[in-house]
Design a protein around this ligand. Structure first.
Ligand SMILES: NC(=O)c1ccc[n+]([C@@H]2O[C@H](COP(=O)([O-])OP(=O)(O)OC[C@H]3O[C@@H](n4cnc5c(N)ncnc54)[C@H](OP(=O)(O)O)[C@@H]3O)[C@@H](O)[C@H]2O)c1
Length: 359
């Protein structure tokens, strides 16, 4: 029998990706959906159709999957947790705090929000990168007297950075990382989102709260779980996060000061070895290649990479030795914010936890 799942925030940008990622899923079946009071009581089809101003909330590619079109949206208070095995939560962090606290008392919650990311008994999980941190979920349930737990993914900008750092750190160690992001519009969500007048023909040099999140989360994800606590990785991270007029997919330039000597060849080997043995291989939502490397200096580009591996492949190009801070390597990465960076990445996490007996 499939695990029964609920999607909270089902009308938003990430919620709609969840609708796609769970369509005909072999292990999970969406049985309940929730959004704000504004949409409660409507069918999904009604909620994402055009309003009188002509704005269509449906942002997913293609048609609305049949299984969800006539499902009625509930408020989160109306969710029946006795009939759910897992919740996928995709609401902004302020609302998420109360919602996830209430739901996790009864049932496991996988979240794309930042509401719980920085608590000491909460891991920030990327399937295939820090799977062992999932053991903290049992401690979290026990600490809080919950039947469930909250397992957050990182911010979508941290995802690509942490994935591409992990193989390098494993083989060469790292002291410092400098990153500049060029983030897609969809990463800002719909409420309030980014206005076309602001972003067309433009670049916004600042995204509120983003850089701090990337700095903290990267160290936690690459840290070590010891005696029931995560010790942050001893890596200094500096980043500049910008918004660019790209619809989907974040591009980042990265410079890593490594502990050991590194060049493009040894870094490529580290990536290829990691990719060959990645733990998520074979799971329903895993791509054929978890990390794709390109020698062509014109890759990665959002328009080309975003469909590779259905948005689940992290792409690296421009890998070059750079010794400005001592041993070091620089590269450009691409990571899909709505797929690996949120909804489909969350489904991959659920698959990985299910396989490890955590669900
Ligand atoms: N966008 C991305 O690429 C991305 C990537 C990674 C992580 N995230 C994180 O994922 C979360 C969702 O982001 P998003 O981009 O999908 O935002 P969004 O497009 O603004 O959608 C927000 C969703 O939350 C629902 N909601 C708001 N208040 C609620 C409440 N009190 N109770 C129940 N539902 C409520 C909204 O419902 P209504 O439509 O009914 O108002 C909508 O479905 C955020 O925490 C964001 O930081 C986003």
């Amino acid at each position: 029998m499939k695990k029964r799942v609920a999607i909270v925030g089902v009308t938003g940008i990430v919620g709609q990706e969840f609708v796609h990622a769970l369509n005909e899923h072999p292990w999970f079946e969406v049985t309940q959906i929730a959004a704000s009071e504004r949409n409660a009581g409507k069918t999904y089809k009604q909620a994402v159709s055009s309003d009188p101003s002509g704005i269509i909330a449906w942002d997913g590619s293609g048609q609305i999957p049949k299984y969800v079109a006539d499902m009625v949206i509930r408020t989160t208070d109306e969710l029946d947790t006795s009939e759910i095995d897992l919740v996928f939560s995709a609401v902004e962090s302020e609302a998420a705090r109360d919602i996830e606290t209430k739901l996790a008392a009864d049932v496991p919650v996988i979240s794309t929000s930042s509401a719980y990311r920085y608590e000491s008994d909460v891991p920030i999980l990327i399937p295939g990168i820090n799977d062992d941190h999932a053991d903290l979920l049992d401690i979290q349930s026990k600490n809080r007297g919950w039947r469930g737990w909250v397992a957050p993914l990182p911010n979508c900008t941290t995802t690509g950075l942490a994935i591409t750092l992990k193989p390098l750190v494993k083989e060469h160690g790292a002291n410092k990382v400098v990153m500049t992001s060029m983030q897609a519009l969809s990463g800002a969500g719909r409420s309030p989102g980014v206005s076309a007048m602001t972003i067309m023909d433009n670049i916004e040099p600042y995204i509120p709260n983003e850089e701090k999140k990337v700095r903290i989360e990267t160290r936690k994800i690459l840290g070590t779980l010891r005696d029931g606590k995560i010790e942050d990785a001893d890596i200094r991270v500096s980043c500049t996060c910008t918004r660019v007029p790209v619809i989907d997919g974040h591009t980042e330039t990265v410079l890593v000061n490594t502990k050991k000597e590194v060049d493009a060849e040894s870094a490529s080997r580290a990536y290829a070895d990691y990719d060959k043995n990645v733990s998520v291989a074979g799971l329903p939502s895993a791509p054929e290649k978890y990390i794709a490397l390109h020698k062509d200096p014109m890759r990665p580009q959002p328009r080309i990479e975003r469909d590779v591996g259905d948005g689940m492949t992290t792409t690296i190009g421009r890998l070059e030795k750079d010794e400005i801070f001592g041993n070091g390597i620089k590269y450009v990465l691409f990571s899909h914010n709505k797929k690996m960076g949120s909804a489909k990445g969350a489904v991959l996490l659920a698959e990985s936890l299910y396989k490890r007996g955590k669900l």
